[in-house]
Design a protein around this ligand. Structure first.
Ligand SMILES: Nc1ncnc2c1ncn2[C@@H]1O[C@H](COP(=O)(O)OP(=O)(O)O)[C@@H](O)[C@H]1O
Ligand SMILES: [Mg+2]
Length: 257
């Protein structure tokens, strides 16, 4: 469904050019919950933003449902972008708009008529369980509620993909768990493909089917978490999955006995 081919991005900085992402290729299937993990500065956010071309790659191609986004005219790109919702660590809600006005925002950009917008906003607030907060302002909401509003806004245009940049990194562990459970339901019930960038292993372990491990702008390894005997090869993946590898080893010993 999404296929990145040799995408790269460099930024000009005061110290010269900096290669944030170097020739990354990967495939994400429809219905996947796909994780990207790595330390701060690894290039995760830049890579995620290249999937909907918020960041235009210097090299390579981004195929979504067979269409190369890097080749589209601006108008067609904006249309494609509506099929991809996005949520962020700090929610990015508009503080001077109510909850329902925030959710309505993406529909206004999409040019949806007022009556239809109202109907869809209500549906989305029902999905995230915040219909009773429709007229509240973001400042009155908890972190978890704010992220739910952001999810409702992302879902409003009925995207087939949800891009999540550190969606739980500003939340406490309990709220993190409930938001992750909620993202999993969205994936299972609405069939939406989810791509999550995070530096938190708990996020990967709790809901991802696959994970790409990033280091210094490269994907060093992609692991299929459905395989309970997965064997990380890179040092960084072995470090991140240390506990799982120890468990595999213990189980192996038990099975041999
Ligand atoms: N707009 C930009 N201008 C200059 N450098 C940037 C810009 N965006 C990101 N970078 C740099 O690129 C590297 C990767 O950033 P980022 O993709 O945000 O990493 P991550 O999300 O893994 O922490 C970092 O060193 C960051 O400072
Ligand atoms: Mg980031």
């Amino acid at each position: 469904m999404i296929s990145l081919k040799n995408v790269g991005k460099k930024f000009s900085t005061a110290d010269g050019e900096f290669q944030a992402v170097s020739s990354v290729s990967l495939e994400i299937n429809k219905g996947d919950v796909y994780g990207m993990i790595g330390f701060s500065g690894a290039g995760k956010s830049t890579l995620l933003r290249m999937i909907n071309l918020l960041e235009r790659p210097d090299t390579g191609s981004v195929f979504v449902n067979g269409v190369d986004l890097t080749k589209l005219a601006k108008k067609d790109l904006l249309k494609q972008r509506l099929s991809m919702g996005m949520i962020f660590q700090h929610f990015n809600l508009l503080s001077n708009r109510t909850v329902s006005e925030n959710v309505s925002f993406s529909l206004e950009i999409a040019g949806v008529a007022k009556a239809e917008r109202k109907k869809r906003v209500n549906e989305c607030l029902e999905i995230v369980g915040l219909a009773d907060k429709a007229n509240a302002y973001p400042a009155k909401l908890s972190g978890g509620q704010k992220q739910r509003v952001a999810i409702a806004r992302a879902l409003a245009t009925q995207p087939s993909v949800l891009l999540c940049d550190e969606p739980t990194s500003a939340l406490d562990p309990q709220t993190t768990e409930s938001i992750l459970k909620f993202l999993q339901e969205i994936n299972e019930n609405l069939g939406i493909t989810i791509i999550i960038v995070t530096h938190e292993m708990e996020v990967i372990k709790s809901i991802c089917h696959k994970v790409s491990v990033m280091e210094d702008g490269r994907v060093v390894e992609t692991i299929n978490l459905a395989d309970s005997q997965f064997k990380p090869k890179s040092n960084i993946a072995q470090f991140l999955f240390k506990k799982e590898l120890e468990l595999q080893k213990e189980e192996g010993i038990v099975n041999v006995r």
